[in-house]
Ligand binder design. Structure first.
Ligand SMILES: *Cc1c(COP(=O)(O)O)cnc(C)c1O
Length: 386
């Protein structure tokens, strides 16, 4: 095994960032194709940036965020936090005590690790479910979490969404929705309602997922609960700082579902192209994906034997895609615990107009390289810890 721990994942991420810097310096930004679906964009005018230097700016941007944030997420009050994970931690710190319980419902495993990790910090027990028949809310529950769309973009059924909310509210337990990508994927692509419209008490979304914004977390919901979460966020430094809030405001203003809708039709064509040769691809709402298990099966089918672990194979392919083809996927740049699925999101600005045959050629060639490199552990290590 090459990537064995969170520390290894941090080092792997540093390698990826180093490679990205090299590509930018040597070939320029146009040689990079970010298909993560995470943009990390920072839209801001000179005038707005100048305002940041005074105390006037924060007053203006935070006020504006209340307006555009409520349009985006609904709810009575909005809170900007540093990341989605920060919003989840602040919510659990505020609403869940030691010895209490958190039940989580999602469309498919795995759940985002920040949810069980936050429960662990406060000493609460935690359970997660993908089957509604098995879903329970024990008596000592103080929070129910619903994931609107998973890290791998599996979207919850709206009827189940409502059912879980009803079950929670029958027991007077508040519901937090992890709608990191779901706030846009569910609404723009699946035509579902906003989480708050479905009755959620709190929702958190990621402002760089499927929208042109910075990595950050935007929360909305019941004013009394947002206030409690805000106290914890401020106490532990989890809140978003003014520059982030400025970019969040502009990201929401510049967001349209158009790129997402366009990507839906292109993914069919792309999936068909890839599936002529490969069995490992599956469709996501706005692109294609190769899971850890599918990659393993594909390698087995090709009779490739390697000493690398299944996860290492994902990391290695992601690093080849990046280093030799400039294609940025989450396993290369993700934080520890992020999904190792190799997803190609077609809604991102870098590939929204790209010729799909061209993209296919790059992916195909990178996979051929993976087959070869997977036979050489030392060389694989050199690339992952570049
Ligand atoms: C991305 C994601 C998160 C975490 O977002 P961060 O910005 O990394 O904190 C949480 N939950 C889900 C479902 C996600 O997709």
């Amino acid at each position: 095994m090459i990537v064995n721990s969170s520390l290894d994942e941090v080092k792997k991420r540093e390698s990826a960032l180093k490679i990205i810097k090299e590509i930018i310096n040597n070939e320029g930004r146009d040689s990079l194709y970010d298909v993560t679906g995470l943009s990390g964009g920072f839209i801001a005018s000179d005038e707005e940036l100048n305002l940041l230097e005074t105390y006037v700016g924060p007053a203006i941007f935070e006020d504006e965020l209340q307006i555009v944030g409520k349009e985006h997420l609904g709810g009575e009050k909005v809170l900007a936090v540093n990341r989605t994970s920060s919003g989840i931690l602040a919510s659990i710190l505020a609403l869940v005590k030691k010895g209490e319980h958190v039940s989580h419902f999602l469309a498919e495993f795995p759940a985002h690790p920040s949810i069980p990790r936050s429960c662990e910090i406060v000493g609460a027990s935690y359970d997660e479910f993908v089957e509604i028949d098995k879903f329970t809310i024990p008596e000592n529950s103080s929070l129910v979490v619903i994931t609107g769309s998973t890290m791998d973009h599996k979207v919850i059924d709206e009827d189940l969404f409502k059912e879980v909310i009803d079950m929670a509210h029958e027991k007077d337990v508040p519901v937090l929705v992890d709608d990191a990508s779901g706030a846009r994927l569910r609404t723009a692509v699946f035509k579902q309602n906003k989480a708050t419209e479905l009755g959620a008490d709190l929702v958190v979304t990621s402002t760089d997922k499927l929208m042109p914004g910075p990595r950050g977390g935007l929360m909305a919901g019941r004013e009394d609960l947002i206030n409690e979460v805000k106290i914890k966020a401020n106490q532990f430094g989890l809140e978003a700082q003014p520059p982030l809030i400025l970019a969040m405001v502009n990201a929401i203003k510049n967001y349209t579902g158009d790129n997402l809708v366009k990507a839906i039709s292109r993914k069919e064509e792309f999936f068909n192209l890839l599936s002529k040769k490969y069995e490992m691809f599956e469709k996501t709402p706005t692109g294609v994906n190769v899971s850890e298990l599918s990659l393993k099966k594909q390698l087995k089918k090709l009779d490739i034997k390697t000493e690398l672990s299944d996860k290492d194979c994902c990391f290695l392919w992601a690093m080849i895609l990046l280093k030799d083809y400039g294609i940025i996927t989450i396993p290369a740049v993700g934080m520890p615990g992020a999904s190792v699925s190799i997803r190609f999101d077609l809604s991102t600005q870098d590939v929204i107009d790209m010729n799909l045959n061209q993209l296919y050629e790059k992916i195909d060639a990178s996979f051929e390289k993976l087959l070869i490199l997977s036979q050489d552990i030392e060389k694989s290590k050199e690339l992952i810890f570049y």
